[in-house]
Design a protein around this ligand. Structure first.
Ligand code: PGA
Length: 246
C-alpha cells in the first residue's frame, strides 16, 4: 500500500507562500511516499503550474455535491479538477462544525468528487466529550457508515481519522488509542467494501516532526493528514521522511 503524507493548509497562504512549495519539492525530491498539499482554492492552479506534474499532488479542502448551479461561494469537484487538483478533503471536522455538514452531506460530496475523477480524503473523528463518554468507536463506526459513499474504492478514497480534540491543540491520542481506532476502521471498511482492506487510513491531529515516527510505526496507519506542521517545508519534509522510513 502506498503511503500518503497530506498537508492541509486550511485558510492559510497567499501567492507569496508558494516559495514553501519549492523548498518542499527540493527537500522531498527522493521521497517514495505520495505527497499531497491541499492549499486554499485560490492557490490550487498556481501550485499546479509551479510544480508542473512533479512528485507533489495538489488537492482541494472541500467541494459541493452538485456539478454546477446556484451555490454562491461554493466550488464543484469538477472545478477543482479543472484547476489541476487530483484530491479533495471532505468532511473535515472544521467543515462539519462551521458549516453543519452531516455524514450524508459528506458522503454526497465524496461521491461528487469520485464522479469528477478526484480522490476523496474522507475525515472522521470524535469530540473530546464523546471520547470521555467512551463512545469513540461507536462514533467512528457511525461516521464511516454515513460519510463513506457506496462508490468508494481503495483507489478513489482515503480515510482520515482526526480526533476533533487533537486538531490544532498539540495534544494527540496515545499510540494505543490511535491503533485501536485504525484497527476498527480497517475491519469496518473490509467488511463493507470489496477492497476495503486496501483503503489507506491516515491519522491527523497535531502530527509534527517529533511524534511522526511513532505514529507511522503503528499498524494500519498508512500516512497522515497534517495541518499546522504542513505550512513550513522544513517541518513537513521531516514528516515525509519519517513516513518513508516507517
Ligand atoms: P493539525 O491539523 O495538524 O494542525 O492538528 C490537522 C487537520 O486538521 O487536518
Amino acid at each position: 500500500m502506498r503511503k500518503l503524507a497530506a498537508g492541509n493548509w486550511k485558510m492559510n497562504g497567499t501567492l507569496a507562500d508558494l516559495a514553501e512549495l519549492d523548498a518542499l519539492a527540493l527537500a522531498c525530491a527522493e521521497a517514495t511516499c505520495d505527497i499531497l498539499i491541499c492549499p486554499p482554492a485560490t492557490l490550487i492552479h498556481p501550485m499546479v503550474a509551479r510544480i508542473g506534474g512533479g512528485g507533489i499532488s495538489v488537492g482541494g479542502q472541500d467541494c459541493h455535491a452538485a456539478e454546477s448551479g446556484a451555490h454562491t461561494g461554493d466550488l464543484a469537484a469538477g472545478q477543482l479538477r479543472d484547476a489541476g487538483a487530483d484530491h479533495v478533503i471532505v468532511g473535515h471536522s472544521e467543515r462539519r462544525a462551521d458549516h453543519g455538514e452531516t455524514d450524508a452531506a459528506v458522503a454526497a460530496k465524496a461521491a461528487a468528487a469520485h464522479r469528477a475523477g478526484l480522490r476523496s480524503i474522507i475525515c472522521v473523528g470524535e469530540t473530546e466529550a464523546q471520547r470521555d463518554a467512551g463512545d469513540t468507536l461507536d462514533v467512528i463506526a457511525r461516521q464511516l457508515a454515513g460519510s463513506v459513499p457506496e462508490c468508494a474504492t481503495a483507489d478513489n478514497s482515503v480515510i482520515a481519522y482526526e480526533p476533533v480534540w487533537a486538531i490544532g491543540t498539540g495534544r494527540t491520542p496515545t499510540n494505543d488509542q490511535i491503533a485501536e481506532v485504525h484497527a476498527a476502521m480497517r475491519r469496518a471498511l473490509a467488511a463493507r467494501f470489496a477492497d476495503g482492506a486496501e483503503m489507506r487510513l491516515l491519522y491527523g491531529g497535531s502530527v509534527k516532526p517529533s511524534n511522526a515516527a511513532a505514529i507511522f510505526a503503528l499498524p494500519a496507519v498508512d500516512g497522515a493528514l497534517v495541518g499546522g506542521a504542513s505550512l513550513k517545508a522544513v517541518d513537513f519534509a521531516q514528516i515525509v521522511a519519517a513516513l518513508d522510513a516507517a
